[in-house]
Design a protein. Structure first.
Length: 259
């Protein structure tokens, strides 16, 4: 493919690397995202990889759009049909709509935005007769969100000080209300997907077998829930991660299956 000529030798090596985990460490603006994009094109054009066997994760919607446009420009549009390319959140939403049979939700679930989320917390704080100066909706919601990104459910929420007890009660009620509205918040997209894969070996196997190539841009920014998700999806396959700083897995996770 002629696009390989436009790469420097190190970039070419990463783009054409054989199967197996590849770690690209390079400074800011040195062409890491470009490597990832070109590897997608290379896998399809040169290695006979089918588009639906590729999962590519970016951190922003803008980056996903750019990557999609760049891959399409390198190949013809049809050749790229079926690539799972997007942010963690958009990828999770697509998986969850497909697998809604396993969830307490319908496949047409709605995704509540930050305003909706805070409004629900606010109304719970009010109904529980809590002091809304002490328990500001934004701060209680932030605690819930932090827990979700560490995959801590409402029932598991640890209590150390009195405030935790309150947050836990609100968290439990908050989840009830989301489910009653057939809704999820942004964090739930990750949490439900991580749990779906952890708890359903058949579902996990299906996706893990399907995604022969998983490419992650800005891997160093993954949180616990995202890391867990990748670990499960990559359990049969390979992971190309692209950190620009040194990175170590979140502390309470297993390092075993990702070298
Ligand atoms: N071999 C190359 N030839 C020409 N242009 C290149 C080459 N490699 C990268 N570039 C250009 O350099 C710019 C930065 O590349 P890219 O966004 O891939 O870097 P990055 O390492 O992902 O950056 P960041 O650290 O900001 O994520 C882009 O405009 C890209 O098209
Ligand atoms: Mg980049």
């Amino acid at each position: 493919m002629d696009f390989l000529n436009k790469l420097n030798p190190q970039q070419r090596k990463a783009v054409t690397a054989a199967d197996g985990p590849v770690l690209v460490v390079a400074g800011p603006g040195s062409g890491k995202t470009r490597v990832l994009t070109q590897r997608i094109a290379y896998l399809i054009a040169n290695e006979g990889v089918r588009p639906w066997q590729i999962l590519a994760v970016t951190f922003t919607n803008k980056a996903a759009k750019e990557m999609d446009a760049r891959v399409k420009a390198m190949l013809n549009e049809q050749a790229t049909d079926g690539i799972m390319l997007g942010t963690f959140h958009s990828i999770c939403a697509r998986i969850l709509r497909r697998e809604s049979d396993h969830l307490p939700l319908g496949s047409n679930f709605v995704i509540f935005d930050s305003d909706d989320q805070e409004r629900i917390v606010k109304s719970i704080v009010k109904e529980f007769n809590l002091n809304d100066k002490l328990y500001r909706a934004a701060s209680v919601h932030a605690s819930i969100s932090r827990a979700k990104n560490e995959l801590i459910s409402a029932e598991e929420y640890p209590i150390n000080v009195y405030r935790d007890e309150v947050v836990k009660r609100v968290y439990i009620e908050y989840q009830k209300r989301l489910i009653a509205s057939n809704a999820v918040d942004f964090d739930d997209l990750l949490v439900y997907t991580a749990r779906l894969l952890e708890e359903n070996p058949a579902v996990k196997e299906k996706y893990a077998q399907r995604y022969k190539h998983i490419l992650v841009d800005e891997f160093q920014d993954t949180n616990m829930a995202q890391y867990n998700l990748l670990k499960n999806l990559a359990s049969y396959t390979l992971l190309l991660w692209i950190p620009s700083r040194s990175w170590s897995p979140p502390s309470n996770s297993s390092r075993a299956s990702v070298p």
